[in-house]
Design a protein. Structure first.
Length: 297
């Protein structure tokens, strides 16, 4: 018994007309007639009652039709489930970042809004990628402050780096700061490409500020600045999740050269609508910062 025989039987049982079924299936009438005769011979049953050119289902045919309908319904359900698995296999995003970033939560929130069925993994080390999983097709992305060699790199946001000061500090009254204005201790972010950028900038300008504390916790930085225990270099926009406080403010530097650009890096996959949606969704998230000024004012 072949699936083609069952398909021909199901369609003839529906139309009760071999010629019509042959036309709908784009096969010859003799091929369908032969298939049904072979099926009846194999089952040793008469499935159709033939009166001239008219067909009707026999009692056995009615019972067999119900069985065949159930088989095809189950097959259709199974194919739909396989298609859902196929779609799921195209929906895992893996982000690798050099260090934790306050941007990640809002980027994930944006992706869940635009791609609600997406599975997202975040790895802090780019060298610690998860093993391939046969249930997924993985799309890898990296957020960095410089383009990566061998990757497609999309600039997402260029932002000024300024000074976070306490509202109780005299520095908060200035519209912009020069390095000569800084006469207090520096609160630094540890093991961060961003802090390395700031340190190079200070070294190039031959400025040595005493370090009050070095920490990897941005909230501690904000709290210490709010108590006027020092100042910190911060990016204008991308730390906002940690620095939403009425006790601190962002003061830009007079030297506009200190800035950074955030890039989305990826290995160009084959043409993929899913990948395009991921990149577009992340870009959409960053557009809200393009015209925003003075976030901490």
């Amino acid at each position: 018994m072949r699936l083609t025989q069952l398909e021909y039987f199901k369609d003839v049982a529906q139309t009760l007309n071999i010629s019509q079924t042959a036309a709908e299936l784009h096969v010859s009438q003799p091929a369908i007639s032969r298939s049904i005769h072979e099926l009846e011979s194999e089952l040793n049953l008469t499935l159709f009652i033939r009166k001239g050119k008219k067909l009707s289902l026999s009692q056995e045919g009615l019972v067999f039709k119900q069985t065949v309908d159930n088989i095809f319904n189950q097959l259709t359900t199974g194919l739909q489930q396989l298609e859902q698995l196929k779609q799921h296999a195209q929906s895992r995003i893996i982000f690798t970042i050099a260090n934790s970033t306050p941007l990640m939560v809002e980027i994930i929130e944006q992706l869940h809004h635009s791609l609600p069925e997406t599975t997202i993994l975040v790895r802090v080390s780019p060298h610690n990628l998860p093993a391939s999983n046969p249930g997924f097709i993985d799309y890898y992305y990296q957020l960095t402050d410089h383009p990566l060699a061998g990757y497609q790199s999309v600039p997402l946001l260029t932002e000024r780096i300024g000074i976070l000061v306490s509202n109780s500090s005299s520095l908060a009254k200035l519209s912009a700061l020069s390095l000569a204005d800084l006469d207090t201790g520096l609160i630094k972010l540890s093991t961060s490409p961003f802090q390395a950028l700031v340190d190079r900038y200070l070294t190039n300008h031959q400025v040595a500020l005493p370090t009050v504390i070095t920490t990897g916790d941005r909230k501690i930085i904000c709290d210490m600045v709010s108590h006027n225990l020092g100042i910190a270099f911060i990016p204008e926009f991308s730390w906002h999740a940690y620095l939403n406080s009425q006790q601190v403010c962002f003061v830009p530097l007079k030297d506009e050269q200190l800035q950074r650009t955030i890039y989305l890096n990826y290995i160009q996959p084959k043409e993929s609508e899913f990948h395009h949606k991921v990149v577009t969704s992340i870009q959409k998230y960053f557009t809200k910062y393009q015209t925003r000024k003075g976030h901490f004012q």
